[in-house]
Design a protein around this ligand. Structure first.
Ligand SMILES: [Mg+2]
Length: 365
């Protein structure tokens, strides 16, 4: 089998309502669909989300990177040569999100070619994923209502709560959520908004509400503060925005700044995500699968990776972002029932794109 073309379709999806976090809020999501075509008629697909404030990639830059750099280098190659192809992609610096999507699309293609779902190709541990719901920033009572409603409607028992705008509101929100969901797994995400001193205060407050760990309280660049907060904080620290690449995870691990690491296949594909798993194991850091504001397609990509491995299956994965979307390009976005996302028997990622929906939400026409 040979790659004959790589095509891209930028698309944007409406959110049910704007999602707030420490640095601002967003009302629509931006993605690029990557399609790898072959001489056997199979097409591998994946999405790359655009999050310029984290990765410096736009829909336009990702489309251009494929057409200018990556497609000309990959056309004619056997798509099973994922390691060779990763080496070729790395001749170009940065552009990690679009590289990640190309890598995942190759695995979707391989899964289709051998008639197996991706989670079986990658490790085959289980076919289901326990999910975490990510609760954006709003009034404390509204946040508690939102979590309780997702618990009611989808059986979700794990929640990530955005903090970092106002310490009194953060405390009130955590108390309200804990009051409504006494047995839930709750963790917080500070999105790098805290100084060392404020972070230590927030962690002590969170510990009182039995918060399990805290994601990125301090800026990724504050190396010394991060180590001290990890050493002296009341609860463990989860690395995310500081851990976008293998070398960044290494830096955080060596600095003693993280106890857990968020693996997002949107930024490290499958190849590099597996390298991060090994690195995390070597440093005694617990991995969990995060989400990058993905649509159903990206959620499925993360779910296959999570289900494949024992280490990632041990903790719930942040694979519920699509519940916030008012639309999707898949015929059916992956359902969450009893707090779990169940992977089907379909080969590759098991994607079925709805051409009418893609036509409606694509932004290149
Ligand atoms: Mg985060």
């Amino acid at each position: 089998m040979k790659i004959t073309a790589i095509t891209t379709v930028p698309f944007s999806l409406p959110l049910r309502r704007a999602i707030g976090f420490a640095h601002g809020s967003m009302a629509t999501t931006e993605h690029v669909l990557v399609e790898i075509h072959t001489d056997e008629g199979l097409i591998g697909r994946a999405e790359a989300p655009s999050r310029a404030y984290l990765y410096g990639e736009s829909q336009v830059s990702m489309v251009e990177a494929v057409h200018l750099w990556f497609a000309p280098l990959l056309v004619g190659l056997d798509p099973f040569r994922t390691d060779t192809i990763r080496g070729i992609l790395e001749r170009t610096a940065n552009n990690n999100t679009i590289k990640g999507a190309i890598d995942i699309a190759l695995h979707d293609l391989i899964g289709q070619a051998v008639g197996q779902p991706c989670y079986k190709l990658l490790g085959g541990h289980t076919d289901r994923v326990r999910v975490t719901y990510v609760c954006g920033y709003s009034a404390p009572q509204e946040m508690a209502d939102e979590c309780a409603q997702v618990h009611e409607s989808h059986g979700v028992t794990a929640f990530k709560v955005k903090v970092g705008v106002d310490p009194h509101k953060d405390a009130a929100a955590l108390a309200a959520i804990r009051g409504r969901l006494p047995d839930a797994l709750i963790y917080v995400d500070g999105n790098e908004a805290f100084s060392e001193k404020d972070a230590l205060n927030m962690l002590a407050m969170a510990a009182e509400q039995r918060v399990a760990w805290a994601e990125e309280p301090c800026p990724a660049a504050d190396t010394v503060a991060r180590r001290r907060v990890a050493e002296h904080g009341a609860i463990p620290i989860l690395g995310d925005d500081s851990c976008r690449t293998l070398s960044e995870v290494t830096r955080e691990a060596v600095n003693g700044a993280i106890h857990l690491v968020s693996i997002k296949v949107a930024r490290t594909g499958y190849r590099l995500s597996r390298d991060i798993l090994g690195l995390a194991a070597a440093h005694g850091i617990r991995p969990l699968v995060g989400s990058q504001g993905d649509s159903g397609m990206g959620i499925l990509a993360g779910a296959h990776f999570c289900a494949a491995h024992r280490a990632t299956s041990a903790l719930p994965a942040e694979l519920s972002f699509h519940l916030n979307l008012a639309a999707d390009i898949l015929v059916e976005p992956p359902p969450i029932i009893n707090g779990e996302l169940l992977l089907g028997k379909g080969s590759g990622l098991g994607l079925v794109v709805d051409p009418d929906k893609l036509g409606r939400y694509r932004v290149d026409r």
